[in-house]
Ligand binder design. Sequence first.
Ligand code: 9WO
Length: 231
Amino acid sequence: MSWQAVVLTLFPDMFPGPLGLSLAGRARDGTLWSLDAIDIRAHAADKHKTVDDTPFGGGPGMVMRPDVIDAALAAAEARHGALPAIYLTPRGAPLTQARVRELAKGPGAIVLCGRYEGVDQRVIDKRRVEELSLGDFVLSGGEPAAIALIDACVRLLPGVVGAAETLAEESFERGLLEYPHFTRPADWAGQKVPEVLLSGHHERIQAWRLAEAERTTRERRPDLWSRYKAA
Ligand code: 9WO
């Protein structure tokens, strides 16, 4: 059974987008993973296809109606069976590589893309939709975040990325940021590649890479660094 990505969006034409190219695109032949973009507007009840309304309590913007989102989620589950449902929002819990790994190991995910100021909280709660954030910033909608989340999951599916060890070595698996990468030419713009990387001495190269991953993490992400040191 291939990994099922189901996206609920007001802009189905945004998909597959980048997911139709490169690694993810080649794997999307239905055997490794599949993508279904469901138009939320198709599940609006009235003849005007209304999907939003003004916020109770006043304030700027509009809110997506709970009945419309509920109907779209029901259609997704009817079509694809029970899948974890995720709502990408700045209000969400931080997405982690550990959560990505869990999702990639499962049957797939329904990804709800909000627009306007967001989705009525009652349908999120009723359907126990998991609220996740990619970072502390606000997009114009959830679609770019959905593409990122699906890409992060698809690249972990068996057979999508060639050398499994490439993934195994990923520093994130160890809770560290990646070490810096270099390629030819060895001398570029007067800057040379670190000598150790040209030495062919694998233990020294591995030690240098770990030291660089630790240095970068300590300098840029004290939160990750303290967790790594405690582990
Ligand atoms: C819109 C808006 C308009 C006026 C005043 C305040 C406002 N807040 C928002 C807003 O947060 N809109 C979001 C748009 C609602 C959920 C979907 N959208 C979204 C998701 N923007 N950014 C994300 C997102 C998702 C995951 N990780 C980071 C950001």
